[in-house]
Design a protein around this ligand. Sequence first.
Ligand code: GN1
Ligand code: MG
Length: 356
Amino acid sequence: MINKIQNIFEQFEHLHNYVSHSEIHSGHINDTFFVKTDGVTNYIIQRINHNIFKNVSGLINNKVLVSNHLKNKYSSIYGEELNQKVLSFVKAKKSNNYYINEKGNFWNAMIFIENSKTFEIVKDEEIAYEAGKLLGDFLKLTSDFDSNLLVNVLPNFHDMSFRYQQYESSLKSATSDRLKKANKYVNMISQLKEEMHILQNLKESGKIPVRVTHNDTKISNSLFNKENKGICMIDTDTVMPGIIHYDFGDAIRTICNTAAEDEKDLSKVEFNLAYYKAYKKGFIEKTKDSLTPIELEKLPLAAKTMIFIIGLRFLTDYLNNDVYYKTEYLEHNLDRAKNQFKLLNSLNEKLKKNRV
Ligand code: GN1
Ligand code: MG
């Protein structure tokens, strides 16, 4: 009898036969599986979480459009190797780019990029530098993509006022036990309100331009080859119009953390300034001709803002009894939030003594 994952795999066009599969556990939202075949091409299949993404067909269409745009740009450089350099989506046998099973779950499939790896934590400056170049390339190559073609899959995704509103209403509905545990951060969150809105205000007043952005640039969404050179950005679920600070800051949030995003031992969580400089160097090398002075000037604020907003979202989900992110234990979201707020403190300390 064929198993569930093989059954899903069979709904997509593929070149070789299923041999086995394994789950990739790194994301907090979707379910992702590696499918090994008996040929040279292996696959990734992914269930998109439709409780979070209400327009999954629009989301998959976004990803395919962006992938095709990148493939057009790279085709003359990479030729037949193109599928191993850029994300390539595979058509489903019946519908177009996705398959819906009897439970109403949406699946999509991609070609697996061989000899590739991702990092959860960065261990040297070279990787930070490579990651900076990858994002720079992604933003540069998508800069002429017509953002009107993209569905806004998660409206207000990095909107600070929206995230404050969600947090404030979670304070009202939380259990007293969870509220007590979160209480230590309530003052800090309200004191930072003004500063954390600066980027959003600049965006809304048109002082910072809106571009096509990735919106989920944590380091585990950058693919590297065996020699630690960047291949491409993955997980394009949230590609939408945004400002570069979302992408720069979210990448820095994970690249410069000396520990994993959910490390409980906060003494291990520090902001690594050398990685910041290396990432920024790679990023600027690729984007220097297109960024405006204010975009460049606000990069350190982007780092603060994105560390903060993700910490706020983890804390909000903890107060809401863990309804959004996948969790592995009771206080997982609380630990993630504490980790981000410690990282923010460490960054602030370093910025007092250093120019970046
Ligand atoms: C989620 O699903 P994943 O792991 O790619 C989240 C990001 C957060 C990240 C924190 C759609 O990303 O915004 O930065 O967790 N994605 C969504 O690790 O909410
Ligand atoms: Mg994601």
